[in-house]
Design a protein. Structure first.
Length: 185
């Protein structure tokens, strides 16, 4: 009698991975634009950002259309529990622009969306060290520097690979890319 071997079907894994990548570039001044510092890092999408995305896509939450870039001046590790109201970091506000720079993305393509063609720009007006960055939106004051009381949403945050010192008139460019990928088989 021949023994027949029955193979179990392969287990199908399913899931998705959502992550961000941040690049900061520091230039000496607006006239020369000589690169004096650069750092990159991957970052996490915080729980508040994930809930906002799920609520917008699969429920009837209001879509957040205007996103703004924030940079931290404290060496604060990323945590999934960070929120707009309680970011755990101190936002850098010592720059000439009156409001937070808008994140102007170029549309989704290849499971990615980025502002690399229109980087957020900050002009330093004091000596500081910059440690990390993220995106915020919504509420009543998302464009307002250091606002945490407006009921907005923090989407992502991450520490740069290396802290970036700045002085008055340095120009800081920030690129944030969000990527999504199937994490299955």
């Amino acid at each position: 009698m021949n023994k027949i071997e029955i193979k179990k079907p392969e287990t199908v894994k399913s899931g998705a991975k959502l992550k961000g990548h941040i690049t900061i570039e520091v230039f000496n001044n607006r006239e020369e634009m000589k690169l004096i510092g650069k750092s990159e890092t991957d970052n996490i999408v915080v729980n508040q950002g994930l809930n906002s995305m799920l609520g917008t896509y699969f429920s009837d939450d209001t879509q957040l259309l205007d996103w703004y870039c924030v940079i931290s001046e404290t060496n604060t590790s990323a945590s999934a529990t960070m929120t707009y109201a309680t970011p755990s970091f101190t936002e850098w506000a010592a720059y000439d622009e009156e409001t937070r720079p808008a994140w102007t993305e170029g549309g989704a393509s290849g499971q990615s969306i980025t502002n690399s063609a229109n980087k957020a720009e900050f002009t330093a007006n004091d000596t500081k060290t910059l440690y990390g960055a993220g995106l915020v939106a919504g509420g009543t004051g998302a464009a307002t520097k250091s606002n945490t009381a407006g009921g907005g949403t923090l989407f992502n945050y991450g520490l740069f690979g290396a802290a970036q010192p700045v002085v008055d008139n340095n120009v800081v460019n920030l690129t944030i890319t969000i990527s999504a990928a199937d994490d299955g088989v």
